[in-house]
Every structure is written in structure tokens, then in C-alpha cells.
Design a protein around this ligand. Structure first.
Ligand code: SF4
Ligand code: SF4
Length: 103
């Protein structure tokens, strides 16, 4: 008769708790922007908001998203998600930006 190994109890921290541990060196200027704000004002998908894992893009009252660039994980998802190619995306200045523990 085989003995089944016990399943270890795993507790996952919330996304907010995990994001809180991310180390970020603020370059002082946003490396993210929109190219044409009017395009955002007419955009109905807001894919930049829904795709971002770090809640960097937030819907603005006028339809133009607010960008909390200090939380950016540099994953590039917003750049490719925007259906209008309306995202300005650059790496933060060398030496600044996010630091990954194992990267
Ligand atoms: S998905 Fe693109 S066009 Fe739409 S709000 Fe975001 S950046 Fe603007
Ligand atoms: S690069 Fe990734 S983490 Fe940074 S704003 Fe875009 S989707 Fe969010």
C-alpha cells in the first residue's frame, strides 16, 4: 500500500503585500506616458488599466489614465495591450527602476 505524502500548507501573501516588498529606485521622472491623450479619452477598453499587475495605470475622470510609475515592474504588458499603440514606454534611467530579488 502506497503512502500519500501530505500536502504542505501554503499561505500566499496578497498581491498588495507582495508588491510592498518590491524595491524601486525612483528616477524622478516617469518612464511611462501616453502619446496622444485624446485617444485615451475616446478609448473604451482601458486595457492599460486592466492588464497592469501593479496597478500603475488608473482611470482618470477625463478618460486619460493616471500613471503611478513608481510601482512599475517593467513587464511591458501595457505597451502591447494598448489597442492604439498609444503607450510611451522606456526603461527607467540606468540604475533606477525596479530591482528583482533573483534577477
Ligand atoms: S489602452 Fe491605450 S488608448 Fe486606451 S486608455 Fe490605455 S493607453 Fe489610452
Ligand atoms: S510595464 Fe507592466 S507593471 Fe509597468 S506599467 Fe506597464 S503593465 Fe504595469
Amino acid at each position: 500500500m502506497s503512502v500519500q505524502p501530505k500536502t504542505p500548507e501554503i499561505t500566499n501573501d496578497s498581491m498588495e503585500d507582495r508588491l510592498y516588498t518590491v524595491k524601486y529606485d525612483d528616477p524622478g521622472d516617469s518612464h511611462l506616458d501616453v502619446k496622444v491623450p485624446d485617444i485615451c479619452a475616446d478609448c473604451e477598453t482601458n486595457d492599460c488599466v486592466s492588464v497592469c499587475p501593479a496597478n500603475v495605470w488608473r482611470e482618470g475622470d477625463d478618460g486619460v489614465p493616471h500613471i503611478a510609475y513608481e510601482n512599475c515592474l517593467e513587464c511591458s504588458s501595457c505597451r502591447f495591450a494598448c489597442p492604439y499603440d498609444n503607450v510611451v514606454w522606456e526603461y527607467p534611467e540606468t540604475g533606477s527602476g525596479v530591482t528583482f530579488k533573483h534577477g
